[in-house]
Write a protein that binds this ligand. Sequence first.
Ligand code: ADP
Ligand code: MG
Length: 318
Amino acid sequence: MGEFELIRRYFAAAACARPGDELALGIGDDCALLELPPGEQLAVSTDTLVAGGHFPDPCDPFLLGQRALAVSVSDLAAMGAMPVAFTLALSLPAADPQWLNAFARGLDAMARQCGIRLAGGDTTRGPLCLTLSVFGRVPVGQALTRSGARPGDLLCVGGRLGDAAGALPLVLQQEQADPALAEPLLAHYWSPPPQLALGLALRGKATAALDISDGLLGDCGHIAAASGVALFVERERLPLSPALLAFAGREKALECALGGGDDYVLAFTLPPGELAALQAGADVHVVGWAEQGTGVHLLDAQGNEILAGRRGHVHFGG
Ligand code: ADP
Ligand code: MG
């Protein structure tokens, strides 16, 4: 199977590759064409996933397709953007029809769940590696950046933390667990639902936001630095799932929530007056607050600062 046959059969033929809405021209030309409504900005983000580093190799190609797109679309959610389109640069060791079919189905399932269209990409031979770029739209001035947190804001998260990090020993098949515990944890690792509705609900309300990909403490450090505030995190308030608590125990679960990766849950700062209305429609948990100062400070139940060891996942040094 040649490159063009592969693209046609597995990607151009996918339901999510059909042009429509903002995607005026899709796969098949030198560029895709996107149309934005007047008054909206294009939100753009790129992520690369390398086999063996960002996901186990081999792994289930359907789950990989789902996950690759979910983690990319999560960046759009974090900006308060509506998904428009994505591109896929795929490096593959071989054109295995079974693998490609399952991968494309997983990708298509997540694309339709998120309302995003496949606009194009690139296909080359090489070690298994995926680069996805996502494009979203957001009204001018309404994007949720990392830089607007103010002293007095609450620090909130959009769901339970640590499930994906807790699932890692299961993903790597180093440990086993009862299916009742393993399934919800593995589901969060393989298809973390991008919090698009929450991102939209935060427009005009949250003062800063991001999606947690490298652990709560490390990622809160980005908001603290960009906003020029100190963030205080109360360890006892971190929302943890029953499955994670039962599988890992409380101490390990807290470690997963604070320093583990792959949550793709939104963390954001919010003026206290906005909380009640937001909580009526979303699973929002207050985990701390912002003050004048710098850095991220983890507090125990008595309000004493805990010196955290590992602060998130860093690829180069640190
Ligand atoms: P060019 O050589 O002009 O860059 P290609 O031959 O690489 O174009 O690709 C042909 C068409 O197929 C383009 O529209 C491109 O966006 C699309 N495409 C290539 N690889 C993929 C892929 N993995 N997924 C989706 N679209 C792809
Ligand atoms: Mg090309």
